[in-house]
Write a protein that binds this ligand. Structure first.
Ligand SMILES: [Zn+2]
Length: 253
């Protein structure tokens, strides 16, 4: 394994009242981006090298953007074989590695290449002590075992819909789970949210993405807070404050 080279940049982040812990911010128009970053702190994930570079630029412009670099598991067969190495070289400028992981639910055919990429990102996260923003659809157990094996200190299992016994292991290890606005129509995600303790909870939009007619984007997070408030019988403001603190823990700031 060739070590990744790059500078380590320290960044200041403004933590706004509402937090979106997993958003593909680079895909939105400039107007929408300006609207979102003035209302939310956004952990911005990337899909490949160009979007990783764009995300880093956005973080230079807006101090409420937390930049993550990575190659999405859905992209591994659409990018050159050295894409992970190129993104690795940007890790020193990032605050997080993502969106990375494995997916045997939607794209099982590329799993071997997904593994090659993910192992590189596990190594770079370890090398730079960066948190990981993780996709684990269908491959929940394998992803969790790898995160443990590589001794990754901080991770967010985004939009988790995997087995509930594994969820218990995830939160017991101190990892976070981000709850998506899809919770209002996705029963499995409701079961997950019920079990995630408040001190392991993050919120996300995964925007821009369309899920069963729901156009996911940061402003929906307000509804998610209210939904969680009813589900967990906790006042909305308490959820908001916990999530802000959890983000600080996730980012070690
Ligand atoms: Zn995503």
């Amino acid at each position: 394994m060739t070590p990744c080279t790059g500078v380590s940049v320290s960044r200041r982040v403004t933590i706004r009242e509402l937090v979106d812990a997993h958003c593909h911010l680079h895909e939105f128009t400039d107007v929408r981006i300006r609207e979102f970053v003035s209302n939310f702190t956004i952990v911005a994930v990337s899909d490949d090298e160009p979007s990783s570079r764009k995300t880093l630029e956005l973080a230079k412009t807006y101090d409420s953007v937390v930049p993550c670099v990575g190659v999405h598991p859905w992209m591994v067969d659409k990018v050159p074989s050295d894409e992970a190495d190129k993104v690795c070289k940007l890790a020193g400028e990032a605050m997080c590695i993502g969106e990375v992981g494995l997916d045997t639910k939607f794209v099982p055919d590329t799993i071997e290449r997904q593994r090659e990429f993910f192992l590189k990102f596990l190594n770079v996260a370890k090398e730079y002590s960066l948190p990981m923003n993780i996709h684990s659809a269908g491959a929940w157990r394998e992803v969790f075992d790898l995160v443990i094996k590589y001794d990754i200190e901080r991770a967010n299992f985004h939009w988790y819909t995997g087995p509930l016994d594994l969820l218990e292991e995830i939160v017991n290890k101190g990892y976070f789970v981000s709850i998506n606005p899809a919770i209002k129509i996705q029963k499995k995600h409701q079961e997950v949210a019920k079990l995630v303790p408040l001190d392991r909870l993050l919120l996300e939009s995964d925007g821009p993405y369309s899920y069963r007619g729901l156009e996911l984007e940061p402003p929906l997070i307000r509804d998610t807070v209210n939904f969680l408030s009813n589900l967990k019988n906790v006042p909305p403001q308490e959820i908001i404050e916990k999530v802000r603190n959890n983000l600080r823990t996730f980012l070690k700031i």
